[in-house]
Design a protein around this ligand. Structure first.
Ligand code: PGA
Length: 252
């Protein structure tokens, strides 16, 4: 039985004051979603604030990006060990916004995935197709290639301590969610791709769905056999909504 995980991706949102309100409200609601794992992935400058605010709670901390290098002359980059210093457990790698706006390619995403694991972080590897790719029936090929790049570089064993997030690009921030069946179909495909290399790792692998998850659709998505929780953008900025999605993951 896989324990569900709900991870908030704050993206480039927040302020000291707004974060304080959000984190305090989440902490106050945490008892109600105790049956699920919950994490917030915050912008780098707020890691210290969130680390302190979440100390002693079950809400885990994550970041949204990591360098593929461990240290060195890489101006503006942040290393995995630095994220660990601030109490991060998770880091998102290969989010479609990074692939699109910052030209991150599969090989670089795989290198970031490995750098995260070297630092003791759990990478949340994002995969997902664009609308044009879906319309061309290329969904399996695209997500298979994105996952395959990590399997080739890091090996199937690396998925023992990793999370995969299926995030169709057309569903991110658009209010247009994949139907539970659409999500399940891709999740099943991804798990089968891992199972071909290691059935046990595939059975244990947490595969999140991301893309316009809201309180109104979370329960039906999380009810699907291969959907193990969500990666939540917009709704993770509203404490009540995020708590309600976490509750749906906890089966409440
Ligand atoms: P959204 O974002 O929930 O706002 O669609 C999801 C994501 O980008 O992780």
């Amino acid at each position: 039985m896989r324990t569900k995980l709900v991870a908030g991706n704050w993206k480039m949102h927040g302020s000291l004051a707004a974060n304080l309100r959000l984190l305090e409200a989440l902490k106050a609601a945490a008892r109600e979603f105790a049956g699920a794992r919950c994490a917030v992935c915050v912008p780098f400058p707020y890691l210290q604030q969130a680390h302190a605010a979440l100390a002693g709670t079950e809400i885990a901390l994550g970041a949204q990006n990591v360098s593929e290098h461990d240290a060195g002359a890489y101006t503006g980059e942040v290393a995995g060990a630095m994220l660990r210093d601030f109490g991060c457990r998770y880091v998102i790698v290969g989010h479609s916004e990074r692939r699109t706006h910052y030209a991150e390619r599969d090989a670089q995403v795989a290198a970031k995935f490995q750098a995260a694991q070297r630092a003791g972080l759990i990478p949340i590897l994002c995969v997902g197709e664009t609308l044009a790719e879906r319309d061309n029936a290329e969904t399996d090929a695209v997500v298979g290639r994105q996952l395959g790049a990590v399997l080739d570089a890091a090996g199937v064993q690396s998925l023992r301590d990793a999370v995969v997030a299926y995030e169709p690009v057309w569903a991110i921030g658009t209010g247009r969610t994949a139907t539970p069946t659409q999500a399940q179909t891709v999740h099943e495909f991804l798990r089968a791709a891992v199972a071909r290399q290691d059935a046990d790792i595939a059975a244990r692998l947490t595969i999140l769905y991301g893309g316009s998850v809201k309180p109104a659709n979370a329960a039906e998505l999380f009810a699907m056999a291969d959907v193990d929780g969500g990666l939540i953008g917009g709704a993770s900025l509203v404490a009540e909504d995020f708590a309600s999605i976490c509750k749906a993951a906890a089966g409440r």
